[in-house]
Design a protein around this ligand. Sequence first.
Ligand code: C2E
Ligand code: MG
Ligand code: MG
Ligand code: MG
Length: 286
Amino acid sequence: ERARRLGTRYAVHEGTPEREAARHLQILTHLRTALDDNQLALHYQPKIDLASGRVTGLEALLRWQHPDWGNVRPDEFIPLTEQTRLIQPLTEWTLHRALHDREIMLQRGVDIPIAVNLSSGLLRNREIVRMVAQVLGLHASAGWLQLELTETAMMEDPERSLAILHELVAQGTPIHVDDFGAGYSSLGYLQRLPVDTIKIDRVLIQHIDRDARNAALTRAAVEFAHVLGLKVVAEGVETKAILQRLEVLGCDAAQGYFIARPMPRGDFLDWFEHHDGRFVPPEDST
Ligand code: C2E
Ligand code: MG
Ligand code: MG
Ligand code: MG
């Protein structure tokens, strides 16, 4: 009985703030090495235009393959970096890798804009403006880089964020609102943001073929975005039924496992060529 109680106590200790903090510190320490040690990669997930099936965009998603831990998920380690200076070199690495991959894709004749996700903390200072300007300056063509930011990111310290967003847009990088509908979406505030696309979060999209309320909410978000002159991408499309439903709801574009998973650059290029740049749902799939 005593041993069991001790065991329970120990289990409780596992999740203490101290232990969590130690684990977080360990992740951050290893991430510093990962940056220099080639453990990071970007995978690319296509976005398609719903009417034509054409691939109109790519999202770059960070992958960390740790030699002992295996894959570490970005939503586990990226939030940790936001409280540290590490978010800067990590973002810089991502932007430069996206540029590098962009150039290789162009050599294969594939000219599709790449969206890079930005952490919320980056809008707190102008360093991000410099970093983006630098990668843009290294590449001849304009319009290839887009930035995805959540609404929460843009609503923290709105005055400063807005000024920085305007600078990013002025430099030629369109801003997409990520995970729309997942948090405290403020329709009024969206109007003030210099954004040109919203990405409706997977939680809303997931059941639109079975849940009338989610379908109605999605339709409302699409209509609202269109009134503001914004484009709408649906995230997390996992079935053919959902893809077909999105077209009825007036959505412009879609992204999700049903279309393609995030892939390393080479796999994406093969996939793209195999599909001739267009995604057509297989006849018999669901
Ligand atoms: P996000 O930007 O909203 O990205 C969408 C996430 O959903 C990705 O997870 C993607 O792999 C996953 N996904 C795509 N289609 C489907 C689907 O049909 N079903 C399901 N269940 N999931 C789908 P991932 O790659 O694990 O990234 C998670 C989050 O981490 C991202 O959410 C983004 O917020 C962040 N993130 C990823 N890469 C970066 C990066 O380079 N920089 C920053 N700051 N954040 C990043
Ligand atoms: Mg994103
Ligand atoms: Mg998202
Ligand atoms: Mg997300």
